[in-house]
Design a protein around this ligand. Structure first.
Ligand code: 5GP
Ligand code: ZN
Length: 112
């Protein structure tokens, strides 16, 4: 399977690791949109939130449960934003489920 994030999990593509456990990996985004921009992903390949159901929702729960540790590790004491893009209209560009954790400054309130 030709998935960049699966290659990062396998260590075939280097990444700047922020957090790792049995089920989850978090690493710095290569093109940061904020002073802190970390991607939190499951080690199991799931395309996006749109592919979640009762049989695999536990994987997404483990990814979200790792977010507070990622935030602590990244010094996000004043808050942060968690975003996941889905499909074409959501501007998803990597089709392996990931949550963007953004912070390190006051983020704008509006969505574009
Ligand atoms: P999406 O657009 O799918 O929501 O987010 C994909 C994110 O992955 C983008 O923010 C992009 O900068 C990041 N990205 C793409 N390729 C790589 C890579 O090889 N390494 C890292 N660290 N981030 C990547
Ligand atoms: Zn993958």
């Amino acid at each position: 399977m030709d998935c960049i994030f699966c290659k990062i999990i396998a260590g075939e593509i280097p990444s700047s690791k922020v957090y790792e456990d049995e089920h989850v990996l978090a690493f710095k985004d290569i093109n940061p949109q904020a002073p802190v921009h970390v991607l939190v992903i499951p080690k199991t390949h799931i395309e996006s939130v749109d592919k979640l159901d009762a049989t695999n929702a536990d994987i997404a729960a483990k990814v979200l449960a790792a977010v507070p540790a990622v935030a602590r590790q990244s010094g996000l004491t004043e808050g942060y934003r968690v975003i996941t893009n889905v499909g074409k209209h959501g501007c998803q560009s990597v089709f392996h489920l990931h949550f963007h954790v953004l912070g390190g400054k006051q983020l704008p309130a509006e969505m574009s």
